[in-house]
Design a protein around this ligand. Sequence first.
Ligand code: MN
Length: 350
Amino acid sequence: MTSTDTSRNHLRIATEEAWAPPEIIALYRRHLSDKTIADIGFSSLMGYFLSSPHPQPQAVVARLQDAAERRLSDMDATGIDHQVLALTSPGTQVLDAAEGTSIARLANDRLAEITRSHPSRFSGLAAVSYEDVDAAVVELRRAVSELGLKGLILNDHIRGAYIDAPRFAPLLAALEELDVPLYLHPNTPPDSMIGPYFEAGLDGAVHGFGASAGLHLLRIITSGVLDRHPRLRVVVGHLGEGLPFWLHRIDHMHAKQVASGRYDAIKPLAQPPSAYFSSQIWLTTSGMPWGPAIMFTREVIGADRVMYAMDYPYQFDGAEVDAQEALPISDDEKADFFERTARKVFALDF
Ligand code: MN
């Protein structure tokens, strides 16, 4: 235990923590200045972070690129024992296959070095380029089997496509075979969806992220991906991107849509949509340090399926850790919430 707080009998593992090698930040800067990535959300959000004169976004960008002294000291200051690191959104997913594949390999090699240097403090998720699925399968196998990474990061839509498209099936099968989870993380909505969000200034984490990632998660369920890949584990942040609150209505209306025969895309599933949240989906509290929402989510999907995340460095506030340490649950349940569920889902071995 590295925190000065000795009253805890559990470690705190933060499960959705962002990181970026300086090379991807430099690549984003070049694309922004050359206007070579046609994605409204990327220009809006990464444009803000990389060109803002304000100290807060500049500090976020500096912290993203550190996986040593500064990050460790921030973790100590907020009582975080261990971070599960992943390439920050949008990761490779605004890049073409050649650039994305090259950045993914670099990021995975670098993450392996970081986790080897501080095995008790850091684990990492693999990145791939989803634009070349054959290469992605090869890189995922290397990252998990040779580098010891613990899952795969998916930063929402893939230049407007979704992971339920048939071409991604070999990658999902590789996740099952390697027995590591897919982490569905938000990004700004794709150009096909972003218009009204952008117009109202709502395309970022305020709501656009959750609307887009929630849609992606619902598509994963209703398209039958989880039936076709019964050993696939999916981890989702922000308490499930709004979906837990909707589960009753989704089950009810999904059954009606199936019965209506109106859509080829809506087919019967092996179980009601809500049931996947208690079988193949786990949720984290990234960016949602709010007791009522956490308790509700635990109640509807299962107390042992909701685990802690901070969302560092975008979200970095010790008071949020304290708020979750003060949840009205037993010490044993708190150990599941902060430590044991993450150990199990990501097969952490430190
Ligand atoms: Mn995040």
